[in-house]
Design a protein around this ligand. Sequence first.
Ligand code: SAM
Length: 504
Amino acid sequence: MAFSAPLEATQTDLFSETSAPIKTEDMLAPESYTGLSGFHKYWGKKPTESLSYLIENLTEEGDIVMDPFLGSGLISREALLRNRRFIGIDINPFSIEHSTFLLNLPSNKEYYKALLEIELRVAKEINETYKTSEDRVASHFLWEENKIASIWIKPETGRNRIEISPTQEDFIQFEKYNGYSPRNFRNLTFFTNSRINVKPTMSVNDIFTGRAMHNIDLIIDAISNYPTHIKRALLLTLTSSSGQMSNMVFAIKNRGGNGKRNGVENKIEVGSWVIGYWLPETHFEINVWNCYKSRANKLLKALPDHDSKCYSVSNDHSKIILDNSDVWLVNSDCRKALRSIPDESVTLVCTDPPHSDRVPYLELSEMWNSILGYNVEFSDEIVVSNAKERLKSKSIYNSEMTEFFLETARVLKKDGFIALYFNARDEESWQYLKCIESTSGTLKFIGCFPMVYSATSVVQDNRKGAMKSDYVIVYRKSNETNGRILPDFLTKIANWSTTFPEKA
Ligand SMILES: C[S@@+](CC[C@H](N)C(=O)[O-])C[C@H]1O[C@@H](n2cnc3c(N)ncnc32)[C@H](O)[C@@H]1O
C-alpha cells in the first residue's frame, strides 16, 4: 500500500474556511465524525453543529468563547472560524497538542512530502524486523497463548492475505527485541483501576512488544526535524495509530455465529483497540509501519489542499486575555488557569466537563502522553476514578466542579451564558448543577435540551451509569429578576425544557 498522493481540491469537511450559519434542524442530523474530526480518537467528542449553533446565537464577533474542559478541541476551530476569540483549557497535554494541530494544519502536500521522506528513511528498516523465515515481510502475527499461531502476508497483487505457519526462526526474530527499552517515550503511570484493566506495575513492555517499541522509536527519530506544524501532525498520526501497534488488538473469531458468514467459512478478523488497556491472550501484533501508513492515508484525505490559516496560539496562562492573541490554549487545571482571567470578560462558556463516574481521561490518555513525552498532573484532574489511591470520589467531584463553576461565574460577563454538556444517571452527580444557582447567587438555570448524535457515529464513550442521551444544560449570569427570560433561539431547539432532565 502506497501513500495516496493528494489530489487537487480534496474535501476539507467542517474545516472548509467558510462556515454556513447553523439551523436548529442541523442539530437533529449531525454529521458523523469523519475527516479531521474523526482522525484521532478522543472520548466524548461532541457534534460540532450544537457547538456552532450556541456560538453563533449566544455571542457576537470579537466576543470571547471559553471551553475549560477542551478535550479534542473541535470547538476551538468552530469559534475562530466565526471570528470569536477563544480560550481553551485542559489538564490533558494531549488535548492541547491536538487542538493546536487543528488550528495549524499542514497542507496535504506538505504532509505527503514528509511522509515520503520518512518512508524512505525508515520503512525498509522497520520491515526488516518483520521478515519471516521465508524472507517475506509480515503484516500481522496472530498470537495465541504466548506463541505465534499464524503469520499474514499481504500479496503483491490482489486483496486476499496469505497465511503461513510460523517456524522457530520467526520466534527468534521476535525475541531479538525482547527487553527493548524505548528511547523516545517515557514509561507509563498507572493506578489500580480494574475498569480500564490497569495496575501500577504495568509498563510499556506489557502494552507493546519490544519490536513495536523499536520501530516506534525509528519513526519518532525520523519525525524530529520537521517544522513544528508538520511534526505535530506526524506525531499525532503516531499516537492515533498506537492502539493498533500495541498488544491490545483483539482477534475476532466467528463473527456472525455458526462459524460461517454468507455461507463462507468464517475467518479471523482484526479488531481494534477499545476503551481501556485490555491485553487479550489471542491478539494481533501488526506491522508498525503499516499501522502508521494506514492512519496517515486517512489524514491525507482530510487535510486541506491549500495552505490554511495558522492561528498564533498563546499558551501562557498568566496572560490569558492580557495579550493580544485570538486564541489561548492552556495545559492546566482549569480552576488554576481561571484565576488569572479578569472578572466579566467571557461571553460564553461552552463546555463538556468530565461526567462524574464515566471516563478517566488522563489514565486513558497515558499511552499517547507517553509517546508524546508529556508528563501529567493526575492529582488536579476532576473525575471520579475507580483507582482508590487517586481519592477521586463523587463528593470530591461535586466540590471541585462547584469550585470551577464559581470561578467561571466570576469571569463571565453579565448576561453571559454557560452551556454545559452533561450526562449521569445517579442523583449525586447532578448535585453541583442543581445547587449552583443558590451557591453562586448570580447564575440562573434557564433550561436544557437533549443531544442528538449522528446515526452512524459510535459515541466514543462509556454508557455505563449514563442516561440514553447527553444534555446541554444552560445557565445565564444575571442579578435581574427577568434573568430567566428565554431567547427564542433556545426555546426553538427540539425538546427544549425548562426543568432538569428526568434520569431515564
Ligand atoms: C468530556 S471531556 C471533553 C471532551 C470534548 N468535549 C471533546 O470534544 O473532545 C472532559 C475533559 O476535561 C478534562 N479535565 C479533567 N479535569 C480537568 C481540570 N481540572 N482542568 C481542566 N480540564 C480537565 C479532561 O482531560 C477531558 O479532556
